[in-house]
Design a protein around this ligand. Structure first.
Ligand SMILES: C[S@@+](CC[C@H](N)C(=O)[O-])C[C@H]1O[C@@H](n2cnc3c(N)ncnc32)[C@H](O)[C@@H]1O
Length: 246
């Protein structure tokens, strides 16, 4: 098991490439697939205080500010991501280097909405994050979690024919929860696979009400604009949980 400093170092190594790709707008999964689901789940954000756990270089925080959020706080344990976010910050958003498994510095019932945009899959202890988010949310506040779909995080590979065409996705080792690895520009990143019931039961046990679950897929228009999202018509790669603190 890699310790939290090892996990942080992976993101520090990836940060320059990650920031460049995000800022060049090349991330079709976010632009063409998940953003609209997340924004829809956040609903009207005018005047709200919002926390973004694992904000990366801050793109979703800036989107929320643009839609009228009163205050957005972005947290990430990777210093270069936070430095990059601060360079584009306005008076409505702020950023802090912070492990989101511990939100000790935030008082109870502070935020109207908390967002976790592809971050819980990176946490060794997502239960700690869920518990902390519950504590810092106001009553009636929402926690919007985008995650890797458990059916894809289990194994993640396509089975291909001799010509390299995708035949079907392999689902295996689903009940074997724990570390998985993916690579970007030769840098290996650790993530954590957990089953659907592990996530859902934990959200319920923590006290959240599940208001909705979305498995994002693409419309014809989205596919025309982002042809590389064609997998999304065949298999669920991501899942968005819309949770509420009663
Ligand atoms: C897949 S990226 C998502 C970034 C951003 N939410 C987005 O959608 O562009 C995951 C982010 O989580 C951060 N992260 C990983 N473990 C973390 C932890 N324990 N506490 C805070 N941030 C963490 C990484 O540094 C990285 O920026």
């Amino acid at each position: 098991m890699r310790n939290s400093n090892d996990l942080r170092q992976e993101w520090v190594a990836l940060a320059p490439m990650w920031i460049k790709e995000v800022r060049e707008g090349k991330n079709s999964v976010r632009n063409g697939l998940i953003d609209s689901v997340m924004l829809n789940a956040c609903g009207k954000v005018e005047g709200l205080s919002i926390l973004d756990c694992g904000c990366g270089e801050g793109r979703f925080c800036r989107m929320l500010v643009k839609r009228g959020a009163k205050y957005v706080l972005g947290l990430d344990l990777c210093e270069p991501m936070i430095e990059a976010a601060r360079k584009l910050q306005s008076e409505c958003d702020a950023y802090r280097v912070q492990d989101v498994q511990d939100l000790d510095f935030i008082e109870n019932e502070t935020f109207d909405v908390v967002v976790s945009y592809l971050n819980q899959c990176d946490l060794p202890d997502f239960e700690a994050n869920t518990k902390e988010v519950f504590r810092v949310l106001k009553k009636g506040g929402r926690f919007i979690v985008a995650n890797l779909h458990p059916m894809r995080s289990a194994t993640g590979k396509w089975h291909r024919n001799a010509d390299g065409e995708k035949l079907h996705v392999i689902l295996d080792n689903y009940f074997d929860e724990g570390e998985r690895y993916w690579e970007m520009v030769g840098i290996r990143i650790t993530s954590f696979h957990r089953s659907l019931s592990t996530y859902i039961n934990n959200f319920i046990k923590t006290g959240f009400v599940i208001k909705g679950i979305v498995e994002p897929t693409v419309t014809v228009d989205q596919l025309n604009e982002y042809p590389d999202l064609d997998d999304e018509l065949r298999v669920p790669n991501f899942i968005v949980y819309v949770l509420q603190k009663p």
